[in-house]
Write a protein that binds this ligand. Structure first.
Ligand code: FES
Ligand SMILES: [Fe+2]
Length: 433
């Protein structure tokens, strides 16, 4: 019974649900930068935590995010005219600035003060890392912007991707901390980190049953997938470390080839049954990336694989266009693109998987930890505690991709690429003993 209650607590991320309220305390991506490039351009509809919103770049170039429904009679402001200094509803002409104030109310008498008292909900917005971000929590609790290393890189060193997944955010997030699946689901696919990576990995280790170990950090946790290397397996181990940053960001390990970019994935709750997936590749040394080619490699080209509303062409209805003949001829999953493969299996569980029916194994340790930390965090939040990463300042600039290494069996993986203050006090204390 308790498990069921815990599941309910962390899967509901819309409206007043406790997890929604907790996650609103963090900055979250709302759009790719390319959706909102033009001052005075078309508004963009956005749905976050079950709330319908409209993002806009006003005529002065300032970005805003406001409620979609016009407060007059609730027509969509996404239909609005983006005019001088604000968005004007096309129904009766009420006009709103990106700070939420009402600039014009032409249907009311000139002497009316109704306009001065009228506001729309509006949220602070920022740009960084090829994304537009917003903070949707109470203004008095707004944390500093999470300035990850990749959010300060030149745009040319980034390649971004986005699509809607028809599943709860937790199914999507759990896929990013599930090391054991890569060598099955993604077998033979050009790896998420590019061609040749799979061969390099197999040359290092052919172990299919990684042992997972987790350590709590101030921002969430990090875990190591530990495999027996092909050589010196009695004295060495191959560790691949992922950082999970609350509420829903996965910092995947560095690729084995430093010529390839690192990858960050963010799973933004749209509502209980939908998640906006953002993948951001960033060049480790700031060199230029070919974004169009990287999108093609992942079968995530806007207008081809993904429609104007970021829905994938491959869906449950067409069974993700799985190609059975290709599976007879060397393709493992019969679906191209590692992220589409992830989506297929995650959507195939149903929009909200029944976790009471799962049979978790030893390779699911990180998933179990994520659920536990989420439950603890939401319960703590309800009791008035700040969630992970918001208690004390976190240096997001140091939460980067960790190199994959072969280390001695006696060397603690927790020490690989760590920084002072990374570990949560309890985890740090247990490391001392
Ligand atoms: S509904 Fe927007 S002005 Fe009337
Ligand atoms: Fe995957």
């Amino acid at each position: 019974m308790a498990v069921r209650e815990d599941d309910e607590l962390i899967i509901h991320v819309a409206g007043d649900a406790p997890a929604a309220q907790m996650m609103r305390r963090y900055w979250v991506p709302v759009a790719l930068d390319e959706e909102l490039t033009e001052a005075g351009g078309a508004p963009v509809r956005v749905r976050l935590f079950g709330e319908n919103l409209v993002a806009v770049r006003d005529s002065t170039g300032t970005l805003g995010l406001m409620q979609e429904a016009c407060p007059h009679r609730l027509a969509s402001l996404a239909l609005g005219r983006n005019e001088e200094g604000g968005l004007r509803c096309i129904y009766h002409g009420w006009k709103f600035a990106v700070d939420g104030s009402c600039l014009d109310m032409p249907t009311e008498p000139a002497e009316s003060t109704f306009r001065e008292r009228m506001r729309v909900r509006a949220y602070p917005v920022r740009e960084g890392g090829g994304l537009v971000w917003a903070y949707l929590g109470p203004a008095e609790h707004a944390p500093p912007f999470p300035a990850f290393d990749w959010t300060t890189k030149p745009r040319s060193a980034l390649a971004t991707m986005k699509f809607l997944e028809n599943a709860n955010y937790l199914q999507a997030a759990e896929g990013s901390i599930d090391s054991a699946h890569t060598r099955f689901l993604h077998r033979g696919s050009s790896s998420i980190r590019g061609a040749g990576e799979e061969q390099r990995r197999n040359a290092l280790s052919r172990d299919l049953a990684p042992r997972l170990e987790v350590a709590d950090t101030t921002y969430g946790f990090r875990y190591a997938a530990i495999r027996r290397p092909n050589e010196d397996a009695d004295v060495r181990r191959y560790v691949k470390i992922t950082r999970y940053v609350f509420p829903t960001t996965a910092i995947l390990s560095e690729p084995l080839s430093s010529a390839r970019p690192a990858l960050v994935q963010i799973f933004v709750p749209v509502d209980d049954e939908h998640t906006m997936h953002y993948s951001i590749f960033h060049a480790l040394h700031g060199e230029a990336l070919d974004e169009a080619t990287i999108r093609r490699e992942h079968a995530l080209v806007p207008g081809v694989d993904v429609d104007a509303r970021w829905h994938l062409r491959r869906t449950t209805e067409n069974w993700w266009l799985q190609d059975r003949p290709a599976m007879q001829n060397g393709s493992w999953a019969g679906i191209p693109g590692v992220m589409t493969q992830d989506v297929a299996v995650q959507e195939s569980m149903g929009p909200i998987v029944d976790r009471s029916a799962e049979r978790l194994g030893t390779s699911d340790v990180a998933i179990i930890r994520l659920r536990r930390r989420l439950v603890e965090s939401v319960r703590g939040f309800l009791a008035g505690e700040a969630p992970p990463g918001l208690r004390t300042p976190v240096d997001y600039g140091r939460i980067g991709a960790v190199p994959q290494l072969v280390i001695g069996v006696d060397e603690p993986w927790q020490d690989v690429a760590t920084f002072p203050g990374e570990y949560a006090p309890a985890a740090a204390a247990s490391r001392m003993t």
